[in-house]
Design a protein around this ligand. Structure first.
Ligand code: SAH
Length: 436
């Protein structure tokens, strides 16, 4: 029987579904075809080849199809331990074993496929110079694979070794979206019918509303729907070299935004950036990737947490609060959010998990909103096509810009300025010539 060790994810009962999903080529393909993701990883590995891969021992945590391991060999790795728990390990081995003069000759004798969970004890893997992994889920931490990445660091990385990615930043921002809110409400209102085929459904209306608004909405949205644009300074940073597993299991992210427009705030949006930096940032190349609504679409998209009741904000007003994300046993997190227009923000460490966000138990403060969501109960919204409305003005989405210099920079400019493209490369010093 699995022991209840708090340093482990504690989600073993989800493993059959989770690893069953990743055992399928179509799901690996979906990630491989995210060109922002795959080419960012490839750039970060090849550009740091001289310092972090050439002649080195590498571990790929959750290798899947093996793509990152192949990149590591292309970058000059001597030996790569490709650890994969799912049945995909056998398919990866098929590809690795097929290496000969005709097919992938460069792969011969370079990769050792290890079909195991990284948490399994006594794996026959030495300490490595570099760890590569793609342990990222929606809002960075969904799926709880970051804990496995950190476990790999603690067990197998040599002191001062490299980690790609090296850090992640979570961005939160207030958004307006009357259409999304109304569609969500319309789903709940179905249960308000007093005579559906002669049956009164109204006793389930409250549960329906709880359920519909409790589902995080995953999808790419129009960055012009943001009421304030967070900057890198506002981001909540997770440094993979130093973060501990307990820290990853309970994240407290305070925020303070200044409304750029007058309008209705329908909830909080979230996304992340990834940084791929060598241990010594002065030698090598730092590569960034953004999943912001203003950047190119990725398969992670963004996530939005809808309030059950919108909050009216005025341009220049301060919007304060926090998000607290606590692990659940569904390979995900329960998300708690408090937002206030006053200075009465409560202490997130005093959160009462049983009652927080329950409208029946809330105090009815008109200038405050609270909510709770299960991050794994996602619903999808793909209604936005980037570039569709180039002349869009804020008032088209019911945001009203203050006159004069009161407001902040126009949102789409501000958002675009923060993230000019999904991938951004900073080449440092001596390896500048390595870009091919
Ligand atoms: N590295 C591949 C796959 C990334 S998806 C790529 O970049 O395309 C994450 C992979 O990690 C999945 O294939 C999943 O089965 C595997 N995985 C997740 N948790 C793991 C763990 N604890 N031990 C080993 N593999 C794991």
């Amino acid at each position: 029987m699995a022991s209840k060790d708090s340093s482990k994810p504690g989600v073993e009962h989800r493993d059959p579904q989770y690893f069953g999903y990743y055992a399928m080529l179509q799901h690996q393909q979906n990630m491989l075809q995210d060109t922002v993701r795959t080419s960012t990883y490839r750039s970060s590995i090849l550009l740091n080849g001289p310092k972090c891969f050439q002649g080195k021992t590498v571990m790929d945590v959750g290798a899947g199809s093996g793509i990152l391991s192949y990149f590591a060999v292309q970058a000059g790795a001597d030996k790569v331990y490709a650890v994969e728990a799912s049945g995909m390990a056998k398919k990866m081995k098929k590809l690795v074993d097929s290496a000969d003069e005709k097919h992938n000759p460069f792969l011969s004798n370079k990769i050792k496929v290890v079909n195991a969970k990284i948490e399994d004890p006594d794996l026959d893997i030495p300490k490595v110079d570099t760890i590569i992994s793609e342990p990222i889920g929606v809002l960075l931490f969904h799926e709880r694979m970051l804990e496995s990445y950190i476990h790999a660091r603690d067990m197998y990385l040599k002191p001062g070794g490299a980690m790609f990615p090296s850090s992640g930043s979570i961005f939160l921002a207030p958004f307006t979206d009357a259409t999304l809110w109304t569609e969500t409400m319309a789903k709940a209102r179905f249960w308000e019918q007093p005579s559906f085929y002669g049956i009164d459904l109204t006793s389930l209306y409250k549960d329906a509303r709880d359920e519909m608004f409790g589902m995080p909405v995953v999808g790419h949205f129009d960055p012009r729907n943001l009421i304030a644009t967070p900057t890198v300074i506002d981001a909540y940073n997770v440094d993979f070299a130093t973060v501990t597993i307990p820290e990853l299991q309970d994240l407290v992210m305070p925020f303070e935004w200044t409304a750029g427009y007058t309008g209705l705030m329908h909830g909080v949006a979230g996304w992340f950036n990834l940084e791929f930096a060598p241990p010594d940032k002065d030698i090598g190349t730092t590569v960034f990737m953004s999943t912001s609504p203003a950047a190119d679409r990725t398969h992670w998209q963004q996530v939005r947490f809808l309030f059950r009741e919108p909050l009216a904000v005025n341009a220049t007003q301060k919007i304060k609060g926090w998000m607290r994300a606590i692990i659940n046993d569904m390979r995900s997190y329960t998300i708690y959010v408090e937002v206030s227009l006053q200075d009465d923000v409560t202490d997130p460490s005093k959160l009462d998990r049983a009652t927080f966000g329950d409208p029946q138990k809330e105090d009815g403060n008109a200038l405050r909103r609270r909510g709770r969501w299960e991050l794994h109960e996602q619903t999808y919204n793909y209604s936005f096509t980037p570039g569709l409305m180039p002349d869009h003005k804020p008032e088209y989405s019911c945001l009203y810009e203050p006159e004069g210099q009161l407001g902040i920079a126009h949102m789409d400019e501000a958002a675009a300025g923060a993230t000019p493209s999904a991938m951004d490369i900073q080449v440092m010093d001596e390896y500048e010539g390595f870009v091919n």
